[in-house]
Design a protein around this ligand. Structure first.
Ligand SMILES: Cc1ncc(COP(=O)(O)O)c(C=O)c1O
Length: 481
């Protein structure tokens, strides 16, 4: 049970303060967590008891608890009461970071920001590969070898476009695995997809230009293009992926198209071949840049991975963005952009200024060895098998819990499932409720799409090591329908 004064219960809230009382209480809980006076698993007092102790209305405490639950800090456990989410972890080194977050007046939460992440990985969280399956022993060995062999010169700045060994390893891999014919000089190493997008914007894009973005689509793409001064134009997707004809009708003058051809983000269908050809033809005629975001193209379960859109590009219009976040792990902060030959000079120029290859040299060197020594291909192959198994087991368990009320949409690939819901925007309140049960399921209508009111839950299976959570999730959804 929580210590008696963990919420500063003896200190009354300040009724005259600028902050509403519920918000003060919310901040107090988060502050106590950051300070370590409240710990994951601690039971919090009932709203009635705490309201009495603090001399505030019960509704005030309930409001604060609801907000904390919607952000994953509190878990309602029925008869057992409400507890601080046991999955939360503030390590000894974390308080200052946690404090910073507490003091941030508009700290992001899933209710209004798609970029929000819980402090620790929760079941079904999107975009994270199987962290339990990464070959850490091999990784540690490569790290130790690099450190032992380090020369004085290795302490210097790494090359601004990436370590040559890494750029070559990426070019060789793309040739074999994604059908892209490119030289190492076309590969620009970055610290993540967003930094690749920023580099492309600096090198080739201009303020005021219109950019097609998929609708629904990956929110950071739309947001970053807007921050770079472009005007995003949402273009609908259907069963064949981005609707190219609609894009041409909506913004025929666009200069940029951001697209996820392998597995559309977040609905996971593939861009059909006729659409691929139509897009490249239009981009060639219009002089537009196609930014291919191939974040998880390797993970396909029904056939071999589809070749990248860039492999069909004969007119030098495609900028291919790859990342190591899904095929290795996201903490690595390593990605790359492959640019057409004719654009290499422009990227070299801005790359010197922007220094996009800011991932530490040791990490770049370790990945280069990991790839050159065959560990990378073996790891991806293993993950493909593992994900196929986890995906099938998660679907089966989810459907057991749902007892036939809904079915997960079969996807040819990707790292998450899509569960369509009846009604308009019913997904948002359901996702909030599920988060209060410690499940980081996302709502399609919340930030992913611009105009559509379609409802669906997005849930990753990659870290589902057991089926218990999926069955529980299915049952919780069934009870809510
Ligand atoms: C659609 C999409 N693109 C790109 C990325 C990769 O981003 P990063 O390289 O910053 O990890 C992600 C990660 O979740 C994604 O979902």
């Amino acid at each position: 049970m929580m210590p008696a004064n963990a919420l500063g219960a003896l200190t009354p809230l300040a009724p005259q303060g600028g902050e509403p009382l519920y918000r003060q209480l919310y901040d107090r809980v988060r502050g106590s967590l950051a300070a370590g006076t409240l710990a994951p698993g601690d039971r919090v007092p009932s709203a009635r008891a705490l309201a009495k102790e603090l001399g505030v209305a019960r509704g005030t405490v309930e409001l604060a608890y609801e907000l904390l639950a919607s952000e994953g800090y509190l878990l309602a456990r029925g008869q057992a009461g409400t507890v601080i989410n046991p999955a939360l972890q503030f390590s000894a080194a974390a308080p200052s970071l946690a404090k910073e977050r507490v003091q941030e007046p508009s700290a992001p939460s899933p209710a209004h920001d798609m970029l929000w992440r819980p402090p620790q990985l929760l079941p079904f969280q999107m975009g994270v590969p199987a962290l339990d399956a990464f070959p850490r022993k091999i990784w540690a060995r490569l790290g130790a070898r690099y450190l032992r062999g380090m020369q004085t010169a290795d302490l210097d700045y790494p090359p601004p476009h990436g370590l040559p060994a890494l750029r070559s390893a990426i070019a060789s891999y793309l040739q074999v695995a994604r059908g892209i014919d490119c030289g190492a000089h076309q590969v620009f190493v970055t610290t993540g997809y967003r930094s690749s997008l920023q580099l492309a914007a600096l090198a080739l894009m201009h303020r005021g230009e219109r950019a097609w973005v998929e609708d629904p689509g990956y929110p950071p793409t739309r947001q970053l293009l807007r921050e770079s001064g472009l005007v995003p134009v949402p273009v609908p997707v259907d069963a064949q992926g981005l609707d190219v004809d609609r894009g041409i009708a909506l913004a025929p003058d666009a200069k940029v198209v951001a697209v996820t051809p392998a597995h559309q983000s977040p609905l996971s269908m593939s861009l059909s071949l006729p659409r691929r050809q139509a897009l490249l033809e239009w981009a060639g005629a219009q002089g537009a840049w196609v930014l291919e975001d191939d974040y998880d193209g390797e993970y396909r379960y029904v056939s071999r991975p589809l070749p990248a859109l860039a492999s069909l590009d004969r007119r030098g219009r495609v900028l291919y963005a790859g990342t190591f976040s899904k095929v290795l792990f996201p903490g690595i902060r390593l990605a790359y952009l492959v640019v057409p030959k004719a654009q290499v000079a422009a990227f070299e120029r801005v790359g010197h200024i922007f220094f996009a290859a800011a991932t530490p040299a040791i990490t770049q060197a370790m990945v280069a060895s990991f790839m050159a020594e065959g560990h990378f291909s073996r790891h991806i192959q293993r993950m493909r098998g593992l994900y196929a198994d986890r995906r099938a087991a998660t679907i089966a368990a989810l459907e057991r819990g749902l007892q036939g009320r809904l079915r997960a949409e079969p996807q040819p690939g990707g790292m998450h499932l899509v569960l369509r819901l009846p009604g308009e925007r019913t997904d948002q309140s359901l996702a909030s409720k599920l988060l209060a049960h410690g499940m980081a399921v996302q709502a399609l209508s919340n930030g992913w799409s611009s105009g559509s009111t379609d409802s669906a839950l997005l849930l990753s299976f990659t870290n589902c090591t057991t089926t218990a959570h999926a069955e529980q999730l299915g049952a919780l959804i069934r009870q809510t329908l």
